[in-house]
Ligand binder design. Structure first.
Ligand SMILES: NC(=O)c1ccc[n+]([C@@H]2O[C@H](COP(=O)([O-])OP(=O)(O)OC[C@H]3O[C@@H](n4cnc5c(N)ncnc54)[C@H](O)[C@@H]3O)[C@@H](O)[C@H]2O)c1
Length: 244
């Protein structure tokens, strides 16, 4: 186990588990944040002492500040943050209830914003190039697929945060990038009907959805020393389904 510490949000989900496994394999210690206590217990058991499980509702900004302070104290500092927790509420526009709109923005954007606010002061105390990776979505860029507008907008806001922080902290060596995947096989697939899912997967050029480990490999690359010179980029992963 190395000295570098990463926080991964949504670590009990499909992508979060794969990202946690990638980073542990790359020698980092990982603070795994999620509200799913049972899922987190699985993740921690799979990785022994390399993973510190933190049960948290990321909708609560106060809880985020406390959790990040606790991680920094227990693990000795913070070198990387992966804002991966997210969801996709699917009501059709214009019939989107206010509470659903608020919840979509809160988990996909606001929570990531507060995570960055809490983590940056700790990163400024670390040597080397620190990393923030925001998990965005192809849905913010491809308007032909099914994603609803509040989902797209939450991810577009996240990508603007990526660019702002990248420029703001370039000289302090905090590298900030977004990874924006298309259809990736995770439990999130459950939000759409089988018919919509089949159509979306059929549109993928390789004839299959992407796998969480494939996305996690890109996150691992960005967090590895090879990723040091990239900042402010939105890296779209979609097998070439659409090129803009
Ligand atoms: N699966 C895809 O096709 C796809 C495509 C593009 C982008 N994404 C993005 O990837 C990221 C990961 O999604 P996934 O596909 O692994 O979904 P998932 O549903 O498997 O995982 C999401 C995780 O986030 C956690 N979470 C949600 N709200 C939370 C909250 N308030 N507090 C704490 N934890 C919370 C859930 O408990 C879950 O473990 C999301 O940001 C999603 O938007 C997924």
């Amino acid at each position: 186990m190395g000295d570098r510490v990463a926080i991964v949000t949504g670590a009990a989900g499909g992508m979060g588990r794969a990202i946690t496994a990638r980073l542990v394999a790359d020698g980092l210690r990982v603070a795994a944040l999620d509200r799913d206590a049972a899922g987190l217990a699985d993740v921690a058991a799979a990785h022994g002492g390399a993973v510190d499980a933190v049960v948290i509702d990321l909708a609560d900004a106060g809880a985020i500040a406390a959790a990040v302070a606790g991680v920094a104290e227990r693990m000795g500092g913070i070198d990387a943050l992966v804002n991966n927790a997210g969801t996709c509420f699917m009501s059709e526009f214009p019939a989107i209830p206010e509470a659903e709109f608020e919840a979509q923005m809160r988990i996909n954007f606001t929570a990531a914003f507060h995570m960055a606010q809490a983590v940056v002061p700790h990163m400024l105390r670390r040597e080397g190039v620190k990393k923030i990776v925001n998990i965005s979505s192809n849905g913010a860029y491809n308007f032909d697929v099914f994603d609803p507008p509040h989902y797209r907008a939450s991810k577009a806001a996240l990508d603007t945060l990526t660019k702002d922080l990248a420029r703001r902290y370039a000289r302090e060596k905090i590298a900030v990038n977004s990874v924006a995947p298309a259809m990736t096989e995770t439990p999130l697939f459950g939000v759409v009907s089988e018919e919509v899912l089949a159509r979306a997967i059929a549109a993928m050029p390789h004839g299959r959805a992407m796998r969480p480990e494939e996305v996690a490999a890109w996150v691992g690359f960005l967090i590895s020393p090879a990723g040091d010179i990239s900042s402010g980029n939105v890296i779209i992963l979609n097998q070439g389904r659409d090129v803009r």
